[in-house]
Design a protein around this ligand. Structure first.
Ligand SMILES: [Zn+2]
Length: 317
């Protein structure tokens, strides 16, 4: 498997929110007819913006548009994204909150500025090559692990990133108050959402490990990185670990024993988590229309749906 460690050199993880992002796709509006057709392939003209979009699917509150991947690097990322629970997580999040406007998930070629939420058209862009880079970081950090384990870790990171971008969407759709930096708030909401799922702490910890392993790109940090609206990768990792540990005492003890998190920070983590949990609950509660269903069953359901889709499109051919 050819991995793209070299791509790390250019990596900048965008992800926007309030700022108008320099979107890689020039799309301004998605087509009006978000047909619910889950035709695996060949749905042409669904979006004027992506003539080469391979498929598009709509579920009312959420719509996904996947560009046809070009070249090996995009293909790897595309396959990983499709195999991960990203879409199902997006669906269950969107239906739990009943967003006032359709949220569009765009899978696009290239790396761009990394994944981002664009409030202008209420869309989340997931560049394929970013996921390929995540795979590279994961594989380089744990070379002894199997490809299956790499895939799981990539899926966890993708889930975290989607939850983070979804947090931006919640903030802008519901005009939620944000005291502090929006990017830190989005990490907090993402962690809190993931911790609601069973095994969610594993997902969140995988995300933290990714930011930790990715942080080498900021060594030493450039001036622009100090000024960035994101915290440093290393800080993002430590924050996530602190919330996970704050929510689960044994994990916090383990983080300190294994020197993953310094004692000096760990002591405040239970309080930090409590504040985050309380804040997320208070701010989100009025907008939660249905119970959040982020259980692992999602994955099983995803596989069933996928199998049915394939059967359907095979029959149509
Ligand atoms: Zn963000």
């Amino acid at each position: 498997m050819s991995l793209l460690i070299s791509a790390l050199a250019v990596a900048v993880v965008g992800c926007g929110g309030g700022s108008s992002s320099s979107s890689s796709s020039s799309s301004s509006s998605t087509s009006s007819t978000a047909s619910a057709a889950e035709t695996g392939s060949g749905s042409s003209g669904e979006t004027e913006t992506t003539a080469d979009s391979s498929s598009s699917e709509g579920t009312g509150a959420i719509k996904a548009v996947w560009q046809k991947p070009h070249g090996e690097e995009n293909k790897v990322g595309y396959e990983l994204l499709k195999a991960s629970e990203t879409r199902y997580l997006a669906k269950s999040l969107a239906s739990a909150f009943e967003l006032p406007d359709t949220l569009t998930i765009k899978g696009v070629n290239g790396f761009g500025g990394g994944p981002f939420y664009n409030p202008e058209d209420n869309s989340i862009t997931l560049p394929y090559e970013f996921t390929t880079v995540v795979l590279g970081v994961v594989a380089q950090s744990d070379p002894e692990e199997s490809q299956y384990e790499w895939g799981e870790a990539v899926g966890a990171v993708d889930s975290f990133i989607l939850a983070h971008e979804f947090a931006h969407a919640l903030i802008h759709n519901f005009e939620l108050p944000v005291l502090g930096r929006e990017e830190d708030a989005a990490d907090g909401v993402a962690t809190a959402l993931l911790l609601l799922a069973s095994e969610g702490s594993v997902y969140a910890a995988d995300a933290a490990e990714f930011w930790l392993n990715f942080s080498g790109r900021q060594d030493p940090p450039q001036l622009a990185e100090y000024a960035d609206n994101h915290s440093f990768d290393r800080q993002r990792a430590d924050n996530i670990l602190c919330w996970i540990g704050g929510a689960e005492e044994e994990l916090l003890v383990a983080f300190v024993e294994n020197e993953v998190l310094p004692e000096s920070r760990a002591v405040s983590c239970p309080g930090e988590w409590e504040l985050l949990r309380r804040s997320v609950e208070q701010v989100m509660e009025p907008h939660l229309e249905h119970a959040l269903n982020l259980q692992p069953g999602i994955g099983a359901e995803a596989e069933r749906e996928e199998a049915e889709e394939e059967k359907k499109s095979a029959a149509e051919r």
